[in-house]
Design a protein around this ligand. Structure first.
Ligand SMILES: [Zn+2]
Length: 75
């Protein structure tokens, strides 16, 4: 299981679903045909368990690899 990177912005934040310490913030993408397009997208801090419940381990691995590729390109 890949180790998740955690932003300092999650410090002190709690998972919206269970109250455990947050490791990520997830957000909804507002689509161009949304009837309330000018609204703010739904966002939520989540713990690692709930992040993995949403994205599954392959999704977490993909995210880690994509993040590292961006970091490597900037280095
Ligand atoms: Zn949680």
């Amino acid at each position: 299981m890949a180790v998740m990177w955690k932003s300092e912005c999650c410090g002190g934040e709690k998972c919206t679903m269970c109250g455990a310490p947050a490791v990520a913030k997830v957000g909804e993408e507002v689509m161009p045909d949304d009837p309330y397009r000018n609204r703010h997208n739904l966002t939520a801090y989540v713990c690692e368990t709930h992040f993995r419940q949403i994205f599954k381990d392959p999704g977490v691995d993909w995210l880690n690899e994509a993040r590292q590729q961006v970091i490597d390109r900037r280095g």
